[in-house]
Design a protein around this ligand. Structure first.
Ligand code: NDP
Length: 446
């Protein structure tokens, strides 16, 4: 019964959303994990909860025209997919990257629904972005693009409706330009975006939150296996927001980060990555990770970003992008003795690679759970904005740690309840699904 149910739902998803492979992948993973739940609780099937969940409540696509520094007019495409608001206003980041199309935004928005449910905070799921590439653009060009993007987006969002944040290619600079334009158009100063600057409504710890939260989550995975970070060799892919602050926390806890990457390739530094250098290159100079090896003799740069998974490590934290670990990389991680994977990026591991790793006994902290610290802290930013006060760094960090512990406990409990003890991938999907499903049942067919 459950196999047929999942196959029927997935056939419809593929037919109704052609050529959106990442979305199909994300939907199938959830559908397969929750079919044992639907088997046990027939009211979900009767109310067609899963069928409703895979259909976004609303999706918006729009033209984003802007003028570059040479005076030429450029045109990009903007997206906002408002996926599910059963437990709170839509919440999820904006991604600016040339690979962005509807399928990427839908996979991210779908994942966000379950992730946000796990955070214990009252937020629904959405995601947005553009195929605009901020790389190589001047600040003026980025500003004009962000303003044009907000000229359309503003009418769809609001502090009680939909609250976007950053993601790949959208950091403090882009959030600033978009917030400024929203404030000007609407003549309101509200918590409509999160990831704001500290002096104008932002929350302490939001910048660090996804990376720190990831490390807090993996700490629980290690503890469950009777281990700690002390002396662990860790490979962290990417060198953006998530990767940098995960590395900072790892180093604080005694782990040795030996490799980082960007889309051009990866560096290995057996003496341990010097984070100050990475931060200067990436956060200040907006340069390439290859420049790290020019400055440190102990380091070597190799082109090709997936090669980082051939570096022997105890723990791997994929924190760059979707599907960066395929079966080939998974095999090499297993062969090299990696025992733990904490997903900092969204869906960084292909479905086949997840199966291979779980079969090999690798413990996986799935993205929905392990990287939820960012959006959880965004929810804390919304709370502070509503209360019109600011909490201290320690206060927010403590709340973040409590939330990550809570998420870990929810995942282990759900996995156990549905006969998959120790499988955090199944646990995260089930726990997130049940929370949203119950809210949808209670609210009727809307
Ligand atoms: P950033 O833009 O700050 O950094 C992204 C990093 O990943 C860069 O090093 C970038 O390299 C690399 N990267 C991006 N795209 C690719 C690609 N196609 N192939 C190889 N490398 C790539 O983004 P974040 O750190 O914010 O996000 C990283 C991941 O974490 C994403 O999957 C995001 O969805 C997820 N995430 C982020 C959260 C946050 O709070 N920021 C919250 C939860 C999840 P390059 O500079 O060369 O492009």
């Amino acid at each position: 019964m459950s196999r047929q149910y999942v196959d029927a739902i997935m056939a419809a998803v593929v037919e109704r959303n052609p050529a959106e492979e990442e979305f199909h992948q994300a939907a199938r993973e959830v559908a397969e994990c929750v079919c044992s739940v639907v088997d046990k609780r027939s009211e979900y099937a009767r109310a067609r909860i899963l069928e409703r969940m895979v259909e976004p409540e609303r999706q918006i696509m729009f033209r984003v025209p802007w003028v570059d520094d040479d005076g030429d007019v450029r045109v990009n495409r903007g997206f906002r997919v408002e996926f599910n608001s059963a437990i709170g206003p839509y919440k999820g980041g904006l991604r600016f990257h040339p690979s962005v199309y509807l399928g990427i935004i839908k996979f991210l928005g779908f994942e966000q629904v379950f992730k946000n449910a796990l955070t214990t905070t009252p937020i629904g799921g959405g995601k947005g972005g553009s195929d605009f590439d901020p790389k190589g653009k001047s600040d003026g060009e980025v500003m004009r693009f962000c303003q044009s993007f907000m000229n359309e987006l503003y009418r769809h969002i609001g502090p009680d409706t939909d609250v976007p944040a950053g993601d790949i290619g959208v950091g403090a600079r882009e959030i600033g330009y978009m917030f400024g334009q929203y404030r000007k158009i609407t003549n309101t100063f509200t918590g409509v975006l999160t990831g704001k600057g500290i002096g104008w409504g932002g929350s302490l710890v939001r910048t660090e939150a996804t990376g720190y939260g990831l490390v807090y989550f993996v700490t629980r995975m290690l503890e469950a296996a009777g281990q700690s970070w002390e002396g662990k060799r860790v490979a962290v892919s990417g060198s953006g927001n998530v990767a940098i602050y995960a590395t900072q926390k790892l180093q604080e806890l005694g782990a040795k980060v030996i490799a980082m990457s960007d889309s051009g390739g990866y560096v290995v530094d057996e003496d341990g990555i010097k984070l100050d250098t990475v931060r200067r290159i990436k956060e200040v100079e907006r340069g390439r990770i290859s420049e790290y090896a020019d400055e440190h003799q102990s380091a070597e740069f190799t082109p090709g970003h997936r090669g980082i998974w051939t570096v022997p490590c105890d723990v791997a934290l994929p924190s760059a992008t979707q599907n960066e670990i395929d079966t080939e990389q998974a095999e090499s991680l297993v062969e090299n003795g990696c025992g733990f994977i904490g997903e900092g990026a969204n869906m960084p591991t292909t479905s086949d690679a997840v199966d291979l790793l779980l079969d090999a006994g690798v413990v996986i902290g799935p993205a929905k759970a392990a990287n939820a610290g960012g959006v959880a802290t965004s929810a804390l930013e919304m709370t502070q904005n509503s209360m019109r006060l600011n909490w201290s760094f320690a206060e927010v960090d403590n709340k973040l740690r409590t939330i990550m512990n809570d998420i870990y406990d929810q995942c282990t409990a759900a996995a156990e309840e549905f006969g998959q003890a120790g499988n955090l991938v199944a646990g995260a999907n089930i726990a997130g699904f049940v929370k949203v499903a119950d809210a949808m049942l209670a609210q009727g067919v809307v």
